[in-house]
Design a protein around this ligand. Structure first.
Ligand code: ZN
Length: 343
């Protein structure tokens, strides 16, 4: 079969790889219907060293079960299934606490000999715990929105949930990428009435408004902070959802959070220190967030996607075929595409 392999920064190829087969009794083999490119895939695309060797890539996919191992219950060939962005047994103590990203028997796609999602098929370890059956057909119009449940929408939701967003909290979302827009949608879904989106790409912030943003701030840095404080009577907002991962974003977050408030971050941090010194201490600021255990939220979010109450698939603004995945990376890296769907 064919699958995406990343060799080095800027060097992504679609090439022939071994067909996946059941290796362990807890495996399933899934034929991929849809996958996509994540903002976090752009980090290796921007910086991977060739000396690390080629690596399979892609951690967001849904597909059709082709085969299951003898210890996999509840799944059969032909089922349409969603894969969250880590695989996990969903039974260990961490999984039961809703932290499948720390599963004692789980791991990441594309690492340690595990297939990546940007390919024709995937061997899924711990299939019973990992895969979520979807009550739709192979050609459902909802597939793009359902695919966002593998990572980007639960990541936005994780950011809002760990920040404690509710109808009484005001919200700032930093970043107008797919995760930031998903965080806007999640905050709105959790009842927030005031959502200020900081982003400067008008097409994206327009979608943010449709997702529920009440205000948009295009300015960055000190200017952006000033503008936000103006809009909030000088106080900032109860919660700040940092969906970028760069140092200026976390600095802005700490500058616009209201005293006693919460900063949650889900942008993979490209910095090593956060200034949680006496300033945030004296203001009783909480810093939370982290990698999102998507599996923990799917049961809650899936009904809203199936009913069409939310339409998170609108973050996809380009669709490519598997052979065109390298062009998809290029388009996302050059910000020509917000998020690329692979069909
Ligand atoms: Zn587990």
């Amino acid at each position: 079969m064919r699958a995406t392999v990343i060799y080095a920064a800027g060097d992504v190829r679609v090439e022939e790889v071994p067909d996946p087969v059941i290796q362990q009794s807890t495996d399933a083999v899934v034929r991929v219907l849809r996958s996509c490119i994540c903002g976090s895939d752009l980090w290796p695309y921007g910086s991977k060293s060739a000396s690390e060797g080629p690596q399979r890539i892609g951690h967001e996919f849904l597909g059709v079960v082709e085969d299951v191992g003898r210890d996999v219950a509840g799944l059969k060939a032909g089922d349409v299934v969603l894969a969250p962005f880590v695989w996990a047994d969903n039974t260990c103590d961490f999984c039961r606490e809703g932290l499948q990203t720390s599963c004692r028997n789980g791991g990441f796609w594309g690492r340690d000999g595990i297939d990546g999602g940007q390919g024709e098929a995937v061997r899924v370890p711990q299939a019973q715990g990992t895969l979520v059956r979807l009550p739709v057909g192979e050609d459902a119009a909802l597939l793009p929105s359902l695919l966002t449940l593998s990572d980007v929408f639960p990541t936005g939701h994780h950011c809002a949930a760990t920040a404690g967003v509710n109808p009484r909290t005001t919200v700032t979302v930093i970043g107008d990428g797919a995760v930031g827009l998903s965080a806007v949608l999640a905050a709105k879904r959790l009842g927030a009435e005031r959502i200020i989106l900081m982003g400067r790409h008008e097409v994206r912030t327009d979608l943010g408004r449709e997702f529920g943003a009440t205000d948009v701030i295009a300015q960055r840095g000190e200017e952006g902070v000033e503008r936000l404080l103006e809009l909030t009577g000088g106080d900032g907002t109860h919660t700040v959802l940092e969906c970028v991962g760069l140092k200026p974003a976390i600095e802005t977050a700490l500058a616009v959070v209201r005293d006693g408030g919460v900063v949650s971050r889900v942008g993979a941090p490209q910095y090593s220190e956060v200034a949680m010194d006496s300033g945030p201490f004296m203001r009783n600021i909480t810093l939370t967030g982290g990698v999102a255990p998507a599996r923990a939220y799917i049961d809650e979010l899936l009904p809203d996607v199936l009913e069409g109450t939310v339409d998170p698939g609108r973050v996809f603004d380009r669709t490519v075929k598997l052979d065109e995945v390298p062009e998809g990376y290029r388009a996302m890296a050059h910000r020509e595409a917000l998020k690329v769907l692979v069909q």
